[in-house]
Design a protein around this ligand. Sequence first.
Ligand SMILES: [Zn+2]
Ligand SMILES: [Zn+2]
Length: 278
Amino acid sequence: MLASRTMSSSRYRVHWWIDALLPVVLVALGLFAADPGIWYSSFGGAFLALAGPVLAGAWLVTFISERRPERIQGPRRRPPKIAAEARDTALAMLVAASLIAWPLSQWRLGRPTAMVTDLDAAGISTWTIVLQTLFGLVLLDAWLYWKHRLLHTRALFGFHRGHHAFRDPTAFASFAVGPVESLLTFWPLLILCIPAATHWAPLYFGLVVGFVNLNFYLHCGVRIGLLERTLPRAMINTSAFHNVHHSHADVHFGEAMILWDAICKTRLVDRPSTQPLA
Ligand SMILES: [Zn+2]
Ligand SMILES: [Zn+2]
């Protein structure tokens, strides 16, 4: 069984320290912002705006899914580690908030950012922004897949093993990854600081809400027939697909899509000899 997230294993001691110090460094960097007061109030507001709805949504999804009979791994053999899942998801939201605080404080200071609400004023057509966003999503998914593959290497697994402490997760584990992995996942938020990298607010926030809900579904432990039939047609990840990564670990690395698992043949169907974790 994969080790729980403690400093007990000397092999992971360096990873543990880097994960412990990274949030401190990310929050301390606010001291160097153009206006630290604006930065820290942006950081605090972003943390509450992220952690509150994400944990409330995870509670609702868990409340429902734990009462459903369609559980992928069958009846639970041991209780879910909800407190640890919620703690790690809240810490990941803190890392995300420390990144969002930069474009948010830039906007609050009246400086231009990448976020626009009026496409005409920005001189860009709806089709152009939709195609740009789709292209960006495919690029982002490629990054998420290869980041996940890298985190499963011997050298970097110490930054990812916490997520695998949840062998049969609940929706509270949706973002339960360590600070280094959170930074590697959420760094694209900093692109919002670049005014030329236009993001259309209605589409962007819609996709963020969709990504959060997709992650609830991926970790709820239950399969919903309609979603399992429709999402894969758009190469989008599902609960049944991602749950296999928690039970087997070395297959199904895709996070938002299943495209790269199909291309790289890292699906269970491509590696039938892969054994489930104990
Ligand atoms: Zn997961
Ligand atoms: Zn993994």
